[in-house]
Design a binder for this molecule. Structure first.
Ligand code: FAD
Length: 300
């Protein structure tokens, strides 16, 4: 018998705001394909690749309109004032958005002041103070420790602070070692942190890009995987096949051992996610029916 998560499993897909019209059309096609899997929500990043809050907002609204699924904007607070964050959360509330991924973000190069928020816990606290229970708030978690943290213990204490400030659930940075995730979840439980911590899953399609990302965000690619991926050179088909195999096994292990769902970093691509989903046979998961679909009010 597989261990069941004590939380209702949640499945979600993350996108970034497209930069071009072609990218926007492509994203709508992808989101429609992924909507057929009936996820709990789509999230849209903020700041990645220089995207603005306006772009995040527009993308969330467009995806909700097109697919009828719940959209969750990411909101980062570094460099922001209370007034500017108040404006944006009121705008989201006014458009019927019920879920936010609340982050500190990274200080853009050249910016000298952190603004009126220093850490994500302050953003969570602010959203709760301003809007009560309107939003379901997701925060970031780092099973392999955030790269700027003084140590793992302190990082965990800071994570607890975000939870106590009012987060409902967490999504992790991506990782490829399930042991690290389960150790982290156990450590959280021992500290009395009781909320779903959904693993963030990064499909592998481009090794060069993955190495670059991983270097920046402190996600470890195990040596055995790196060696394999390096051996494929420019052979994209082999990288893709290996990636789908490894990531499918990772997801299966996570779900078998009680992870409360999966959050896919899609990188605005559907193929690898669909292949992994099919391997996991997730469409047959009971209890995940169409109640997640929104009646979209069309205020955009
Ligand atoms: P925090 O929780 O504030 O933590 C940041 C660092 O500060 C950690 O090292 C923590 O230990 C430390 N810290 C926290 N509180 C304190 C304290 N009181 N005293 C001292 N130190 C403290 N980035 C984007 O720009 N846009 C996105 O859309 C985006 N989406 C993301 C989604 C997910 C699921 C994840 C995991 C990350 C995402 N990121 C995104 C990246 C994220 O913004 C960076 O990892 C950022 O460096 C930290 O953000 P945070 O919200 O985890 O910060």
């Amino acid at each position: 018998m597989q261990p069941q998560s004590k939380f209702q499993p949640t499945y979600s897909f993350e996108f970034f705001p497209p930069k071009t019209e072609e990218g926007a059309e492509n994203l709508l096609t992808i989101s429609e394909r992924l909507a057929r899997l009936n996820p709990d929500f789509f999230s849209v990043t903020f700041g990645a690749g220089g995207s603005t809050r306006e772009k995040t907002f527009e993308t969330v609204i467009e995806i909700q309109r097109k697919t009828g699924m719940e959209g969750a904007p990411h909101l980062s607070c570094i460099g922001s004032t209370h007034d500017s964050i108040r404006d944006i959360i009121n705008k989201y509330r006014g458009h019927g958005i019920r879920r936010i991924v609340a982050l500190r973000g990274d200080m853009p190069s050249g910016m000298m002041s952190a603004g009126e928020f220093q850490f994500a816990s302050e953003l969570v606290e602010f959203i709760r103070r301003e809007t009560g229970d309107h939003f379901s708030i997701e925060v970031a978690a780092y099973p392999e420790t955030h790269p700027e943290a003084a140590n793992a213990e302190k990082d965990l204490t800071h994570f607890k602070r975000k939870v106590e400030a009012g987060a409902n659930s967490a999504i992790t940075q991506y990782f490829y070692s399930p042991e690290g995730y389960f150790y982290f979840v156990d450590a959280c439980e021992k500290m009395g942190i009781d909320l779903p911590i959904t693993p963030g899953i990064m499909p592998i399609t481009n090794y060069t890009q993955l190495s670059r990302f991983s270097e920046r965000c402190g996600a470890e690619i195990p040596r055995w995987m790196r060696k394999r991926l390096e051996s494929f050179g420019d052979d994209r088909a082999s990288i893709r096949a290996f990636g789908i195999d490894v990531v499918s096994h990772l997801c299966q292990k996570l779900l078998d051992n009680g992870a409360p769902g999966l959050h896919f970093y899609t990188m605005n691509r559907a193929e690898a996610v669909l292949a992994i989903w099919q391997n996991l046979n997730l469409t047959s998961t009971p209890g995940r029916l169409s109640e997640n679909r929104l009646i979209y009010c069309g205020q955009a």
